[in-house]
Design a protein around this ligand. Structure first.
Ligand code: AMP
Length: 119
């Protein structure tokens, strides 16, 4: 995929070079605990295909991949028992968002009242 850094840490997780605490996995996506939790539940969902950010994903991924990605987030919410109590999905994209890891990921946060949207 164009403009994709093969050495980013999430690609290393996908290549099994770095361990993760897996929460959910299917053919298209992998979900694992964030290493630096910002809430009682803080899971990252990533597509297995190589998209550097949300723009690249929304422009290039198939409808099936996009649907599957959001279904995986829902499975995470179910598995972590925050589907009904509520949760927040954050996708950082580009410099103003301070996106650190250049492989698309959704932060799935919950397990307490999360306060206002920007903290
Ligand atoms: P972002 O700023 O949206 O790119 O978020 C990157 C997230 O990846 C941060 O919340 C980090 O704590 C998390 N992170 C970085 N390295 C790892 C890792 N090896 N395993 C799990 N989460 C990680």
């Amino acid at each position: 995929m164009k403009n994709y850094d093969e050495n980013n840490i999430f690609n290393k997780i996908l290549r099994n070079e770095i361990e993760c605490e897996k929460i959910q996995e299917n053919q298209d996506n992998l979900s694992f605990n964030d290493i630096n939790k910002q809430a009682p539940v803080h899971v990252l969902t990533i597509p297995k295909n190589k998209y550097a950010n949300f723009n690249s994903f929304a422009e290039n991924a198939s409808d099936k991949e996009i649907c599957s990605f959001f279904r995986s987030v829902l499975e995470v919410a179910e598995k972590m028992k925050i589907k009904d109590s509520g949760f927040r999905i954050i996708i950082n994209c580009g410099p103003d968002s301070n996106q650190e890891v250049p492989h698309l990921h959704a932060h799935v946060l919950g397990g307490k009242n999360l306060g206002s949207i920007l903290g």
